[in-house]
Design a protein around this ligand. Structure first.
Ligand code: RFL
Ligand code: PHB
Length: 390
């Protein structure tokens, strides 16, 4: 088999890239380790920033998002029993849309299969070869048959635990990392949201996040220990902890209902530089991770592949490789802004187990500053709503 671009991974990065390239007349083959059902059911992100909405619209895969997505003009911070609303539309003229990552993934998979372009699920033993030559190859097994895909370029869109990044020889990549001393326990519940917007809560018992997926489904998170045993969290215990952490002086309480999904997510900041080696280009979680407090991971994955598709289009259409050469530099401008913002939101809202009184006072001062300073709120709003690619 031969193609222009071999794409490893059918998460948001791989699927967006495939559709951007297809619409520009560039062939690609997408190889995905998991089955279709698994990929479409995997519960993850929920917040799309404007650039990601625009990408869905540009590709014409926005029909269900327009119907089911929930546009939010603001979000709330909660501490000391009081809520502060950050009015993004007023502060920076932008909004976000709550639309589950698995819906985005489903829309893109549907499109790819509708147009009959190759997307191979359950591709096993995927390996990259001759990546630093002009003729890179991917070998894999599909339907019990060993296969080889010859490509011009390979896009490593296979997430943090994929095989693309480890293919790069030692010494080429530099990594930057922070691991946080806490994790998130996330649930989905059949309960109508009792607040229209997201609430990020900083409490003595740790962080909590109130979010939603639809008019009948609430998404909630609790800060827990990194090695937390989920078996210790009965539904009753989860609701009781959520009630306590999300309590406000004005009487807000989450509606409760049947919990139908439960999981624990570790928290990490991670960047690898450069994001390319030879003819391999890394994109999305394969190259960088942010803690989910800023709601940025999927958005920055989409921004990466917008950059990569523009670079590949310039290569094929104009025989101009300047953008391919500059891919890492362009991506990293947005990534480091997002890394800083995600670290900042995480640090401001969580209670590390070893927090000393000095750190607690700084945290409180930062929150009070937001309550009293328009400039501080503008900065928070524009980062949360997402800064444009440059
Ligand atoms: P993905 O989604 O991990 O997709 C990678 C794909 O590659 C496949 N794969 C392989 N395929 C072939 N061969 C191999 N050897 C392979 N190894 C792996 C995998 O099966 C998978 O299908 O990476 P991608 O595309 O870069 O997308 C990144 C996003 O998924 C991620 O950043 C976000 O989910 C992060 N995130 C959030 N991002 C946001 O923008 N807004 C949010 O509100 C938000 N909330 C979250 C989040 C992530 C969370 N978790 C669970 C990590 C909330 C949570 C709880
Ligand atoms: C979600 O709804 O899953 C969600 C929302 C905001 C975040 C992270 C996750 O910061």
């Amino acid at each position: 088999m031969r193609t222009h671009v071999g794409i490893v991974g059918a998460g948001p990065a791989g699927l967006f890239l495939a559709e951007f390239l297809r619409q520009a007349g560039i062939d690609c083959v997408v190889l995905e380790a998991r089955d279709r059902e698994y990929v479409q059911q995997r519960v993850r992100a929920g917040v799309l920033e404007q650039g990601s909405i625009d990408a869905m619209r540009q590709l014409g895969v926005d029909a269900r998002m327009n119907e089911l997505g929930l546009e939010h003009h603001g979000f709330e911070l909660l501490w000391g029993g009081r809520r502060l609303r950050i009015d993004m539309s007023e502060l920076c003229g932008r909004s976000i849309t709550v639309y589950g990552q698995q819906e985005v993934v489903k829309d893109l998979i549907d499109r790819r299969l509708e147009v009959g372009e190759p997307l191979l699920f359950e591709a096993s033993d995927v390996q990259l070869h001759d990546v630093d030559s002009d003729a890179p190859r991917i070998t894999f097994t599909h339907d019990g048959t060993a296969q080889e895909l010859q490509c011009d370029f390979i896009a490593g869109c296979d997430g943090f635990h994929g095989i693309s990044r480890p293919t790069v020889p030692e010494g080429v990549l530099q990594t930057f990392e922070r691991v946080y001393p806490f994790a998130w326990l996330g649930i989905l519940a059949h309960a109508a949201p009792s607040n229209e917007e997201l609430i990020y809560a900083n409490t003595d018992r740790g962080f909590a996040l109130y979010s939603m997926r639809s008019p009948t489904v609430t998404r909630l998170y609790l800060q827990v220990a990194p090695d937390e045993d989920i078996a210790q969290w009965s539904d009753d215990r989860i609701w009781s902890e959520l009630r306590t952490r999300l309590r406000t002086d004005d009487g807000f309480a989450p509606n409760e209902g049947e919990i139908f999904e439960k999981g624990i997510t570790p928290m990490r900041s991670f960047v690898t530089e450069p994001m390319q080696w030879g003819r391999l280009f890394l994109a999305g979680d394969a190259a960088h991770i942010v803690p989910p407090t800023g709601a940025k991971g999927m958005n920055v994955a989409i921004a990466d592949v917008q950059n990569l598709s523009e670079a590949l289009i310039a290569h094929y259409r104009d025989t101009d490789d300047a953008q391919l050469v500059g891919y890492t530099e362009r991506c990293l401008r947005k990534i480091w802004r997002v890394e800083h913002f995600s670290w900042f939101m995480t640090s401001m809202m969580h209670r590390p187990p070893d927090q000393d009184p000095f750190a607690a006072k700084l945290q409180r001062s930062q929150l009070d500053y937001l309550a009293t300073s328009h400039a501080a709120r503008v900065s928070l709003a524009e980062n949360y709503a997402g800064l444009p690619r440059t």
